[in-house]
Each structure stands twice: as C-alpha cells, then as structure tokens.
Design a protein around this ligand. Structure first.
Ligand code: AMP
Length: 299
C-alpha cells in the first residue's frame, strides 16, 4: 500500500548532551529531526519548522537524504534552537540544563497549499500555541492528527495544550507526563482520563518497561527490544513517534504501529544523536518488531 504523506511540526535543534562519562556538543537534534529520520522509512515526510543561519549544511543534507520535503522549513537570520540536557548514570533520569529559543522565538508556521492538504499530521514537541497554528491551517477533510508533548508544556501552557488535545486523534506521552497531566499513576487509568480530553487513542511510554496503548476497546501493552548498551536516550520518544506515525500512514493497525514505534526507538538509543537512525532499514525494524511482538504476546 502506498503511504500517505506525513506533515510534522516540531523543533530542529543543536543539542548539548552531558553523560556521567563525557559530553557531546553540537549534536543535531530536535523533535522534528528524530521524527523525520524515523518516519521517512515508511512514509514521505513534509517538515514544518525553523532553523537559524548557523544550521550546518551537512545536517540539512541528512534531511534531504531521507527524502524530506523542506518547502515549509524556514531558514532565517539568527541562531538555531539550542537545548542542553544532563543524564544520570543510569541514563533514565534527565535534567534540562538550558533551552535557548533563538529563531524559535518569532517562529510562525506557514503551510504551503500542498502541505495544508496532508492527511496525516504529527504535532511534535513544541509550544502548544504553535501546534494550534498548524492545525488551524490544515485542510484535509479526514485528517489524522497525532500529538506529542512534554512536562514543560503541561506545567506552563496547560490551557493551550488542552485546546490542542480536543483536536487530536492520538496522544503519545511518557508515564511521568501522563501523571502530571492527570494526577493518576496507573498508565491505563491515566490513558482513560486523557481520552476524555479528546484523543481517542493514548499511548503512555514507560521507558524500558514498554508502553500501554488505551483505545475505546481497552488497554494493550507492548514490551521493548532489550538493548544491551544504551548509548544516548535523546530522541527515543520522537523516534517512537516516527515509527508509530510512519506505519499508520502506510495503513497499519494501531497495534502494529505500537510495535514499530518501540522497535525504531530501540535503534535510536544505540548511538549518539541521530546516528542510530541514519542507516536504518525496514528489514531491521521488522526483525525487532517480531522480537517485541513475541515478548508482548501481541497478535
Ligand atoms: P526526547 O528525548 O524524545 O524527549 O527528545 C529530545 C529532543 O527534544 C532534543 O533533541 C531536544 O532538542 C528537543 N527538545 C528539548 N526540549 C524542547 C523544547 N522545550 N521544545 C522543543 N524541543 C525540545
């Protein structure tokens, strides 16, 4: 089956990553970057975002190599969005060291006529007010909208986020974010609460414990592919989203999309930045999906 094109809006960043045994700076990252590399394995990806004049041409080439449509990627005078994070020794906990908006400060997403008609939309992690601006321009009569968010927006832009959720079909979020949004600790129950806010499907990601997807038919759980040496968890959530949305755009079921998200995320964490995604193939992913299916007892 031919895949529908997927429109993504999100951050494109230069990251600074600190680990207990060293540091990686000038790493190209951002929610839209990880998503694009992951989703483009399965579907054509159209990027909506902004970078500054300092964004390296080689990084732009990575987007091009993955066939991304860059018509609505704005390149403006100034500095690209920068984010710094520090990981604990277990690589589970992460603290934000700094967020420098740079050219994101004045970013106004503007969709081309072609991009307005994209049937599948992924609202990657950025300010909910920007996610709303993209939704306002979308014109496809039967669009499918998948959304990601983070603790920062749940705390500081809750009302805007709730307005986004009313217009979303699927919300992907981490277990911590689900608790923050609902005050409910059990992931399946939290998913039910979030369904009352708008999305018909909620996926709660639980790191190495896998994920729980809540739909009108109840909750299903997927495990993870056991990665022996996690190198860098940055972007795992966005890569999960890329695998999930990319396969959905190709007509897969939600259960299949859940397995695919989990498989793609397992490759992301094996390298620094986007390295784990850059040489990935569909057959790699499908092998890990089989392993996860077996471990999850999914059909
Ligand atoms: P993840 O590990 O899936 O949560 O994604 C990490 C990516 O999110 C990094 O590459 C960051 O550049 C990006 N990021 C971190 N904070 C923000 C933010 N406030 N807005 C947009 N993107 C962010």
């Amino acid at each position: 089956m031919v895949s529908h094109p997927v429109l993504v809006v999100g951050s494109i960043a230069i990251d600074w990553l600190e680990f207990s045994d060293g540091r990686q700076d000038q790493v190209v990252g951002g929610s839209a970057t990880y998503f694009t590399l992951a989703a483009s394995l399965f579907a054509p990806v159209h990027v909506v975002g902004v970078v500054g004049s300092d964004f390296p041409e080689e990084a732009m080439d990575v987007f091009r190599k993955h066939g991304a449509n860059l018509d609505d990627l704005q390149v403006v005078q100034g500095k690209t969005f920068r984010w710094g994070g520090r990981y604990g020794a277990d690589l589970e906990s992460r603290t934000t060291l700094f967020t420098e908006l740079g050219v994101f400060e004045d970013f106004q997403p503007l969709l081309s006529p072609e991009n307005r008609r994209c049937p599948v939309i992924f609202l990657g992690n950025i300010q909910p007010s920007l996610q709303l601006k993209v939704l306002d321009q979308a014109e496809h009569p039967k669009k499918q909208v998948v959304c990601d968010t983070m603790n920062l927006w749940i705390k500081t832009a809750r009302n805007d986020l709730l307005r986004v959720l009313e217009r979303v079909d699927v919300l992907l979020l981490s277990e911590r974010e689900a608790v923050l949004l609902t005050d409910v600790t059990d992931p399946a129950h939290a998913g039910d609460r979030i369904r009352d806010m708008g999305p018909s499907t909620v996926v709660v990601k639980r790191g190495h414990l896998g994920s729980v997807m809540v739909t009108e038919s109840g909750a299903i759980r997927a495990g993870v592919f056991p990665v022996p040496d996690v190198v860098d968890p940055t972007g795992a959530g966005d890569s999960f989203a890329g695998g999930f949305v990319g396969t959905l755009a190709g007509g897969s079921s939600l259960a299949e999309a859940l397995l695919c998200g989990s498989a793609v995320a397992s490759y992301c964490v094996e390298g620094f930045g986007t390295a784990g995604l850059e040489t990935l193939s569909r057959s790699h992913v499908s092998h890990r999906m089989d392993v996860i299916r077996e471990r999850s007892k999914l059909p």
